[in-house]
Write a protein that binds this ligand. Structure first.
Ligand code: PMV
Length: 353
């Protein structure tokens, strides 16, 4: 008897231009385009195995060994249904193909890092889920096509289908058919950029991105300014910086956008706070580090960015990493660098998925 099973893994991505706000909550269509870098290290990945079998009566999913409910109208079920629909197209074209779309599917997914700690676990999770189903169902789909489906699991997941430097173009179609991820440049174009992840806390975050975004869209006037007058130009400028390997511009835009994202959270009613005192101290350290460099006629040497949590991601050219780590350890001597990537500060390469 044949076994129909496939495994795929996907890495985390960290946005430089943040996605925050949905114009369609069901299809997960964003209020602005975004851009991220996909991390390429074994430390921050989701790995997912999917198996289809005629004896499986229902679809089931286990996350880190614990079964999760697949709600009828939920995001998991949307992604699985969409993948089965694409499988049906394959079966209709090739009548000899087994009818996997009619079988139940069992899915087991594992993150090798804390789930929902502001480390983009939903991004790698849904990207790995969609990739493993695409492999199981032998779909002839490109990463951009698959991104249309992983987007409906978690918006930022569409960007984890590519390695390197990735844009999520917001699109304008009401059915979401043009709201997809595209590669801006592969990791090999600019391999020198590394991401240093400072895990300030691995607790589950207080306000989920879904409810936070909804509140921001409903209440923040600053968000309206951001999506109309700030992000479109920033997207073009950062793409240009990446293509030109211009770290100074890349860093400036990344920090400005992180700051504005957290300003928008503060502008939400009631306000949302994702950063804490340690996060803000790391901002001060990087700001001072860059100030000294610029005052001595140099350029920016590092860029911080924060998602929906207190953990810092610091992007920097490889040559500056040692200096940055010693600076951070000077201020946080208890940080136990490079032993355990989740109680401490660990260097992550940036790269292809
Ligand atoms: O995809 P979600 O719903 O987890 O939202 C992610 C939002 C941010 O991480 C804060 C920004 C981004 O673009 O990744």
């Amino acid at each position: 008897m044949s076994v129909y099973q496939a495994t795929a893994s996907a890495p985390v991505n960290i946005a430089c231009i943040k996605y925050w706000g949905k114009r369609d909550t069901k299809l997960i269509l964003p209020t602005n385009s975004s851009l991220s870098v996909t991390l390429d290290q074994d430390h921050l990945r989701s790995t997912t195995t999917s198996r289809a079998d005629p004896s499986f009566k229902t679809d089931r999913l286990w996350l880190n060994g614990k079964e999760e409910e697949i709600k009828d109208v939920g995001r998991l079920s949307t992604c699985i249904k969409e993948m089965k629909r694409l499988r049906r197209e394959v079966e209709d074209k090739n009548p000899n193909e087994p009818k996997l779309s009619t079988y139940g599917v069992h899915i087991a997914s594992k993150n090798n890092f804390p789930t929902a700690a502001g480390l983009a676990s939903s991004a790698s999770g849904f990207a790995a889920l969609v990739s493993s189903l695409a492999a199981l169902y032998k779909l002839p789909a490109t990463p951009s096509e698959l991104s249309l489906i992983s987007r409906q699991g978690s918006g930022s997941a569409c960007r984890s289908l590519f390695g390197g430097y990735v844009a999520w173009e917001m699109g304008s179609a009401s059915d979401g058919s043009d709201s997809l991820a595209i590669e801006v440049a592969p990791q090999s174009h600019w391999p020198d950029i590394h991401a240093l992840i400072c895990v300030v806390s691995d607790d589950k975050k207080g306000t989920s991105s879904t409810s936070g975004m909804q509140r921001t869209v409903e209440t923040s006037p600053l968000l309206q300014h951001r999506i109309k007058h700030v992000v479109p130009e920033r997207m073009e400028a950062i793409k240009k910086a990446i293509l030109a390997r211009d770290f100074d511009s890349f860093a400036r835009i990344t920090m400005q956008d992180s700051n504005q994202f957290h300003a928008v959270c503060l502008d939400t009613d009631p306000p949302i706070f994702y950063m804490n005192d340690v996060s803000r101290t790391i901002i001060a350290i990087i700001t001072e580090y860059n100030r000294v460099s610029v005052e001595n006629g140099g350029k920016l040497k590092a860029a911080y960015t924060y998602d929906a949590g207190p953990n810092a991601v610091i992007y920097a050219p490889k040559e500056n990493l040692k200096e940055i780590i010693s600076l951070i350890i000077k201020y946080f001597p208890q940080a136990d660098a490079f032993k355990d990537p989740f109680n401490l500060f660990g260097a992550q390469g940036v790269g292809s998925g």
